[in-house]
Design a protein around this ligand. Structure first.
Ligand code: ATP
Ligand code: LTN
Length: 337
């Protein structure tokens, strides 16, 4: 039987965080033995907001090296840059034409990011890309007939919209697209900011103190975790509503070690927050140190460029067939039936 397909990507807007790892990357690596994988750097999504070209280039290079440093195996996974497979943009346009303004305006990410853009530049400068972004994301997914989309909780709404667009196109033009399903981690689908545990840990956060970056050194990780906002109960207990800071640290520890939340509660019963935070900091450091070592070698390796070229060629052969089918059914290829 053919393997089911996995597709996902990470946007090249900044330095990857522990949230990106736990919510997405960790699952990419776990799933590669069982599934046919298409994993890309969403660099077209990465130009949605203005970004300096040198920063963009470096973000792309860093994400690619981190993908492989985390264990993505080029023999098992097709890893590529979104912009190297032009079918993404082409199908993106066709899907944009089949998506309504209302649907796009209802996206939480659009509402949040456009509000932030307005607040930061004080004008109405909101790039159209920010609005139509989910139609491009739908194209990324539907081009490959992907079965599962490993992402964090914040991307669920976009996958839901993708399903709606697919259903609409299938009804209008005949069976074209497979219905993708979102795949989120059981623990860690939404890692929170260490300084504001009611907001998502995000690579574009203003205050870096609350964000663990995958390339932070051990001392920085220890410092950030030790100064994470908690409460004064001194009780390691999972209660996201009343104890968001401690619950977030427990989630991080659980997602990294695989220990259940109950086990963590009992392991730390009667111990104070200092001991608990030290254990979390050690787990994060033990996870990231070997990744960082492999990253150093991969960052400047030309071998990585070969992996990307091979990944893009495989992706393109799948994507071009699909795009051609869509063009036929939509009526764009007038020469063929
Ligand atoms: P930005 O701040 O630019 O929006 P981001 O940090 O939210 O970036 P994305 O590129 O949007 O990162 O996300 C890449 C993947 O990581 C997505 O699957 C997303 O759901 C997941 N992810 C991002 N942040 C978290 C988080 N805090 N917890 C769990 N998953 C996350
Ligand atoms: N929008 C996603 C990145 C992304 C993606 C995709 C994820 C772009 N295209 C297709 C899964 C499938 C984000 O994490 N910001």
């Amino acid at each position: 039987m053919d393997k089911k397909r996995i597709l996902s990507g990470i946007t090249s807007t900044g330095k990857l965080t522990l949230g990106n790892y736990i919510g997405a990357l960790q699952n990419f690596v776990k799933l590669q033995d069982e599934f046919e994988m298409y994993i890309f750097v969403a660099n077209l999504h990465g130009i949605t907001m203005p970004i300096e070209k040198e920063v963009l280039r470096n973000n792309i290079k860093t994400i690619v090296a981190l993908y492989f440093a985390c264990g993505l195996d080029p023999k098992k996974a097709n890893v590529f840059l979104q912009s190297d497979v032009s079918e993404h943009s082409e199908l993106g346009w066709i899907l944009t034409c089949n998506t309504t303004l209302g649907e796009l305006q209802r996206m939480t990410q659009f509402k949040d990011k456009s509000a932030k853009a307005k607040a930061s530049n004080g004008t109405d400068f909101i790039p159209t890309g920010l609005l139509v972004y989910p139609a491009l994301m739908a194209a990324d997914i539907l081009l490959y007939d992907a079965d599962y989309i490993p992402v964090g909780a914040d991307q669920k709404q976009h996958v839901e919209l993708t399903r709606n667009i697919a259903e609409r196109m299938n009804n209008k033009f005949g069976p074209l697209f497979k219905m993708p399903e979102v795949y989120t981690p059981k623990v860690g689908a939404r890692i929170m900011d260490l300084q504001d545990p009611t907001s998502k840990m995000s690579k574009s956060a203003k205050n870096e103190k609350g964000v663990i970056f995958m390339l932070d050194d051990a001392a920085t990780i220890q410092r950030k975790i030790k100064s994470a906002i908690t409460d004064s109960d001194n009780l390691v207990h999972f209660d996201p509503e009343n104890k968001p800071g401690i619950s977030n640290l427990m989630t991080i520890l659980s997602a990294i070690t695989g220990d259940g939340l109950d086990k963590i509660e009992s392991n730390f019963s009667g111990k104070d927050y200092g001991v608990f935070k030290q254990a979390v900091a050690d787990a994060v450091t033990n996870l990231l140190t070997p990744i960082q070592e492999r990253f150093q070698t991969l960052y400047n390796s030309t071998e990585v460029d070969n992996y990307l070229m091979a990944g893009a060629a495989n992706a393109k052969s799948v994507a071009s067939k699909k795009l051609n089918k869509v063009k036929n059914l939509v009526g764009l290829n007038y020469r063929r039936k």
